[in-house]
Design a protein around this ligand. Structure first.
Ligand SMILES: NC(=O)c1ccc[n+]([C@@H]2O[C@H](COP(=O)([O-])OP(=O)(O)OC[C@H]3O[C@@H](n4cnc5c(N)ncnc54)[C@H](O)[C@@H]3O)[C@@H](O)[C@H]2O)c1
Length: 257
């Protein structure tokens, strides 16, 4: 699908990997991008950079009605929707049983609501809009990209909620690809390794150092635009469908904690 002229909705688009993807799609000629994010400061600042093409929609992806409203706002502003990317997520570190007691189920619910239900909220609203699109010459009407994580495959101690949510995104990819193929809507998941984004802002600097020590080559964290390059490739190349791509420079973290 041509990026030029495309309209996208991107959750978590105000920061990190989502923000880099917003910028790359804009450079590629995207007609409009709805940035769906909780962070109003960053979202408004990003929208101010290209007010004619970026619509900031302050919304919590765990809130089904808020996502429906954001997608409706994007449609009202830009007229159609071809691409939906779910990049919003939280970590929610907690063990099954720790010195503080058993896993707080409210925390588990919150992680699943944002990371997994958020993806479903995004996709169900987006697909209804995409089904109305006039297909391009290849029969394509839309593309859905979910952002999983290497933790879907090699989660660390304390990532029980995060890994469960990210593995669920991997599990949904093929059944959704099969369901949506008759409409010309593709579904692809990206599972990044370690990328240098504000997600690490609250973490001790030693965490990033320990990740870089494990890196093979390049011996550094990924740059957000290196993620955005893959997202753009997935949009452009219609042969990407039904798969989860790991983007991690071959790094497999050893168990910790
Ligand atoms: N950075 C990495 O190393 C890495 C590795 C693996 C997977 N990921 C995944 O990549 C995605 C993007 O992460 P990032 O590193 O860019 O993080 P980030 O913190 O820079 O960006 C995440 C964005 O999501 C938003 N967000 C969080 N909860 C939300 C909610 N309930 N509703 C709406 N917006 C919400 C935040 O405000 C933020 O702008 C996430 O899904 C993350 O799990 C990141």
């Amino acid at each position: 699908m041509d990026v030029n002229g495309t309209v996208a909705v991107i959750s978590g688009g105000a920061s990190g990997l989502g923000e880099a993807t917003v910028r790359r799609l804009l450079d590629g000629g995207a007609r409009g991008i709805a940035v769906l994010d909780l962070n109003a400061t960053r979202g408004q600042a990003l929208a101010a950079e290209a007010p004619d093409r970026i619509l900031f929609c302050p919304a919590d992806v765990s809130d089904e009605a808020a996502v429906d409203a954001a997608v409706a706002a994007a449609l009202a502003r830009f007229g159609s929707l071809q691409l939906a990317i779910h990049a919003a997520a939280i970590g929610g570190a907690a063990k099954l049983v720790s010195s503080k007691g058993p896993l707080p189920m409210a925390l588990f619910d919150r992680v699943l609501k944002i990371n997994l239900y958020g993806a479903l909220h995004m996709m169900r609203a987006a697909v209804i809009a995409m089904q109305r699109n006039v297909p391009n010459a290849d029969g394509e009407r839309g593309v859905l990209i979910n952002v999983s994580s290497g933790a879907a495959f090699e989660g660390q101690v304390g990532q029980v909620a995060y890994s469960a949510s990210k593995a669920a995104l991997v599990g949904m990819t093929l059944p959704l690809c099969r369901e949506l193929a008759p409409f010309g809507i593709r579904v692809v998941t990206i599972a990044p390794g370690a990328f240098d984004t504000p997600i690490y802002d609250g973490a001790p600097p030693a965490l990033k150092d320990s990740i870089v020590r494990e890196a093979l080559f390049p011996k550094r964290m990924g740059k957000p635009d290196e993620f955005a390059m893959l997202a753009e490739e997935i949009v452009r190349n219609p042969m990407h469908n039904g798969r989860t791509y790991r983007l991690d420079a071959g790094m497999i973290l050893r168990p910790s904690g």
